[in-house]
Design a protein around this ligand. Structure first.
Ligand SMILES: Cc1ncc(COP(=O)(O)O)c(C=O)c1O
Length: 403
C-alpha cells in the first residue's frame, strides 16, 4: 500500500498549497509565449568571463578551501568587503553585524523563523514580494497589509493600523518594507517616509526588515539613505543580495543587523544549511578584489534603463487610457492598475491565447485585493519582446474595456 503522505504533514505545511497563478505560470514555459511575468535578471548582465577565470584560479590554487565546509556566519573577507562597499552609503558595522545567507530568500525565511510565532503579526506593503509573504506565512505569521502610493507605504494608514492592533492586544513583530523600486509595484519609499517609519517603529517598539535587492539598480534621481543607515538603535535588519548585481545562481546575499540578532540568525542558519556555499563566497570576494563591481553595475543599469524606457514607451502607445501604471526609477518592475471590473487573473487566459504573459497582481496583496492589477517585468525579455508583449496585452485589455 502506498503511503498517504498528506496525513503526516504538519499543520503549517498542509496550509501551504501551490497557488492558481503558480499553476498557470508553469504553463508559460513555451518559447512562443512572450513572458513579462518572471523576475529573472538578464543573463547578458552576468560577468561570465571574470567568473570563469576566478573559478579556474580558485580550483588551481585554493581547492582545499573552495570545496570545503565553512563558517556559518560567512567568509570574513567577503563580509568585510561588503561592509567597505556599503560604507559610502553611511552603513557602518563590524564583522559581527553581518551574516552571509544563501540568497535573501533564506534571509527572509530566517526572519520568519526568528521572530514569528503562529498568530504574530508582520506588517507588509500592499502589494509586497510574494515569496516573503510565503516565508512569513510558513511560520504562522499573520500578515497585515498597508496600502502604498507613489511614495511607498502610507504613513497615516500604518499609524492607524498599529494603533488598532495595539488596542486589540495583537503582538506585532516587525514592519517589512522593500524600500527601493519595490517588487512588484516599482515604487520607492520617500526620505520623509523612511524617517517616519523609523519613528513609528520606535514608538510601537518594532523591528523593521528592510529588503533592498534593487538599491544599486537606480537609473536616475538621487539615491536615498537606507532606513538601516538612519537607525541608531539596532532596530533595522537590512537584506542585500548579489542576485541582481552579479548573478542569482551563486545564491549569495547578506543580512545586516545588531550583533545579537545576527548571532541568533547564525544559530538558526546552522540548522538550515550549516553554511553558505563557500565557492560562491570566494567568487564574490575575488570579484570585489578585481575592483569590477561598479563597472559591472553601471553596465547593468544601462541595460535595464533601456528596457524600462522601452516598456514605458510601449505602455503609453498600446495601453488604453483607462489603465494607470507606475514609473520606476530603477529595479525590474512596473505595476499596472486596470479598471476595477477587470480581473487580471481571469484575463490571463486570454493573454496566453495572444501568446503573452504577466503576473496577476492579487497574490501580492496580503488582503486579497488588487484583482485589477498586474506586474510587468522588463528585466529578462529583449527590448523587441517587451514592446511586442505590451502591444499584445494592450489588445487583450482593450477588448475588456466597457464602452
Ligand atoms: C524583494 C525581493 N526580496 C528578495 C528576493 C530574493 O533574492 P535572492 O535571489 O537573493 O534570494 C527577491 C528576488 O526577486 C526580491 O525581489
Amino acid at each position: 500500500m502506498s503511503i498517504h503522505s498528506e496525513e503526516f504533514y504538519s499543520v503549517l505545511a498542509s496550509q501551504n498549497k501551490a497557488s492558481a497563478v503558480q499553476e498557470i505560470l508553469k504553463l508559460l514555459q513555451k518559447p512562443e509565449i512572450i513572458s513579462l511575468a518572471g523576475g529573472l535578471p538578464d543573463p547578458a548582465t552576468f560577468p561570465v568571463e571574470e567568473i570563469r577565470e576566478i573559478v579556474n584560479h580558485l580550483l588551481i590554487t585554493n581547492s582545499a578551501q573552495a570545496l570545503q565546509y565553512s563558517a556559518t556566519q560567512g567568509l570574513p573577507g567577503l563580509r568585510q568587503s561588503i561592509l567597505n562597499y556599503l560604507s559610502p552609503e553611511g552603513i557602518k558595522g563590524e564583522l559581527e553585524n553581518i551574516i552571509i545567507s544563501s540568497g535573501s530568500q533564506q534571509g527572509l525565511d530566517l526572519v520568519g523563523k526568528l521572530f514569528l510565532d503562529p498568530g504574530d503579526v508582520a506588517i507588509v506593503e500592499l502589494p509586497s514580494y510574494l515569496a516573503a509573504l510565503d516565508a512569513f506565512c510558513s511560520y504562522g505569521g499573520k500578515l497585515i497589509g498597508i496600502s502604498m502610493d507613489e511614495d511607498g507605504m502610507r504613513i497615516d494608514h500604518l499609524q492607524e493600523k498599529l494603533t488598532q492592533l495595539k488596542d486589540e492586544n495583537k503582538k506585532v513583530k516587525f514592519i517589512y518594507t522593500i524600500s527601493n523600486f519595490q517588487n512588484p509595484a516599482g515604487v520607492t519609499l520617500s526620505l520623509p517616509r523612511r524617517q517616519k517609519i523609523l519613528e513609528i517603529a520606535k514608538r510601537f517598539n518594532l523591528f523593521i526588515i528592510e529588503d533592498n535587492p534593487y538599491e544599486k539598480l537606480r537609473f536616475e534621481g538621487t539615491s536615498l539613505p537606507s532606513i538601516y543607515s538612519l537607525d541608531h538603535e539596532g532596530r533595522v535588519i537590512s537584506l542585500g543580495t548579489f542576485s541582481k548585481i552579479l548573478c542569482p545562481g551563486l545564491r549569495l546575499a547578506w543580512m545586516l543587523g545588531n550583533k545579537e540578532v545576527i548571532y541568533k540568525f547564525s544559530l538558526l542558519k546552522q540548522a538550515t544549511d550549516l553554511c553558505t556555499n563557500i565557492l560562491s563566497q570566494l567568487i564574490a570576494y575575488k570579484y570585489f578584489q578585481l575592483g569590477k563591481f561598479d563597472e559591472n553595475i553601471q553596465s547593468n543599469i544601462d541595460i535595464y534603463r533601456q528596457k524600462r524606457d522601452v516598456m514605458l514607451a510601449a505602455l503609453a502607445e498600446y495601453f488604453p487610457p483607462e489603465v494607470r501604471w507606475t514609473k520606476p526609477q530603477g529595479g525590474f518592475f512596473v505595476m499596472a492598475t486596470l479598471p476595477e471590473y477587470i480581473d487580471t487573473q481571469e484575463m490571463l487566459i486570454d493573454a496566453v491565447k495572444e501568446k503573452v504573459a504577466y503576473v496577476p497582481g492579487s497574490p501580492f496583496f496580503a488582503d486579497g485585493q488588487g484583482k485589477n492589477t498586474m506586474r510587468l517585468s522588463f528585466c529578462y525579455p529583449s527590448q523587441e519582446d517587451i514592446k511586442e508583449g505590451i502591444k499584445r496585452i494592450g489588445k487583450v485589455i482593450k477588448k475588456k474595456i466597457r464602452g
